[in-house]
Design a protein around this ligand. Structure first.
Ligand code: WQD
Length: 352
């Protein structure tokens, strides 16, 4: 029985594939490389020593997706695939709704057709919008502020309706806070397209000299040092949260939502300081105006995942910075190397 990982070449998907292989799971990986590079697939194998089938596939291609279900004995699906940039989603909302929602509908329809009803879905803390209070629990007020967050919220509602229609479905919805860090090997990590939108990859690119200085978006928030506070979680802890959720959906039915965070908040200046300590590099920065849409403080109450999934984050902020620095130092230009992917129509399934 295999686990299908959609978007398995992405930042969180690749780290989850490594942990699944390490745990002895048989996996089948699907990715269209819109947010990743083929090189990642080779590195997953290099780290884990495991082999798996890879399909160069777009989830919107229903006939190709059906082939995957026909060719493999899929037991459950972990669904990462989708567009994920908050800022970008404001400018191309139709592409976000089309890609994120339609691909999820195609996936669920195909899963239903082949009687595969165990699903772990990648959601986001952006569904909370401006939190009324912190720590944020799963029953906090919901209200996404951008098209990306709204696609996640809509998909959550679709999955809840799906379960109402057929209670044989077993679904875990995981709301991520701020994933950062990298696998300890330094072989896989976060590789944003172009200039990073998110804080940690921006800091690490300043540290290697690729970017000149960091713009700190505001220092007049009601926080200890005036800069924004977030719940940074190590991507490996996040990946292990998916294995806990997979066990849950495999051994029960029902649908539930879980925050995956540490329950601790760090400010921008605190993260800069931690990164300078572990890297030995000075991170020059200047305070600029707040970024529109930013909230002052956002961090999780992770108690429910601990109680129901038996999962808790273990890695601290220094390890997140150390692992980021090792990845960035080893890969100053990210996954620049990447073998040619034959034409999608000719690409056979490849076993890595
Ligand atoms: C963190 C803090 C910024 C960049 C985003 C997505 C969210 C989720 C996680 C997908 C804030 C400050 C940032 C910079 C800065 N991704 N900052 N200078 O916005 O909390 O969440 O990533 O689910 O959807 O919205 O993360 O890393 O962009 O910002 O000062 O150049 O760093 O103001 O306080 P965010 P972020």
């Amino acid at each position: 029985m295999a686990i299908l990982i959609t978007g398995g070449a992405g930042y969180i998907g690749s780290h989850t594939c490594v942990e699944l292989l390490n745990a002895g799971y048989e996996i089948v990986v699907l990715d269209n490389f819109i947010n990743s590079k083929p090189e990642v697939i080779k590195r997953i194998t290099e780290i884990s020593g495991g082999t798996f089938k890879f399909y160069y596939n777009d989830l919107l291609d229903k006939s190709r997706l059906e082939e995957i279900f026909l060719e493999n004995n899929i037991e459950a699906v972990i669904h990462f695939a989708g567009l994920k940039a908050v800022g970008e989603s404001v400018y191309i909302p139709l592409q976000y709704y089309h890609t994120n929602i339609l691909s999820t509908l195609v996936l669920c329809e195909t899963m239903k057709k082949y009687n595969v009803k165990k699903l772990v879905f990648s959601s986001s803390a952006t569904v909370y919008g401006v939190p009324e209070r912190c720590p944020i629990s799963e029953n906090s007020h919901l209200g996404a502020l951008n098209p990306y967050g709204r696609t996640k919220l809509m998909i959550e509602e679709i999955l809840k309706d799906l379960h109402v229609s057929d209670t044989d479905w077993s679904i875990s919805i995981l709301r991520y806070f701020n994933p950062i860090g990298a696998h300890e090997s330094g072989l896989i990590g976060e590789d944003p397209h172009g200039v990073p939108n998110n804080l940690m990859p921006y800091i690490s690119q300043v540290a290697i000299g690729k970017l000149k200085e960091l713009n700190v978006f505001g220092n007049e928030y009601p926080t200890t040092d005036g800069t924004g506070v977030r719940d940074y979680i190590h991507v490996v802890d996040l990946a292990l949260g998916h294995l806990s959720a997979l066990e849950k959906v495999t051994n029960s039915t029902g649908i539930d939502v879980y925050n995956l965070g540490t329950g601790k908040g760090y400010s921008v200046l605190e993260l800069i300081s931690a990164f300078e300590t572990v890297s030995g590099k000075k991170i020059p920065y200047k305070i600029v105006d707040p970024r529109p849409g930013d909230v002052a403080v956002c961090y999780s109450d992770p108690e429910k995942a601990k109680e129901s999934l038996g999962w808790i984050s273990k890695k601290g902020i220094n390890e997140m910075c150390e692992d980021t620095w090792r990845w960035q130092s080893k890969n100053p230009n990210g996954y620049e190397k990447s073998f040619e992917v034959e034409s999608p129509h000719l690409l056979p399934v490849r076993v890595f």
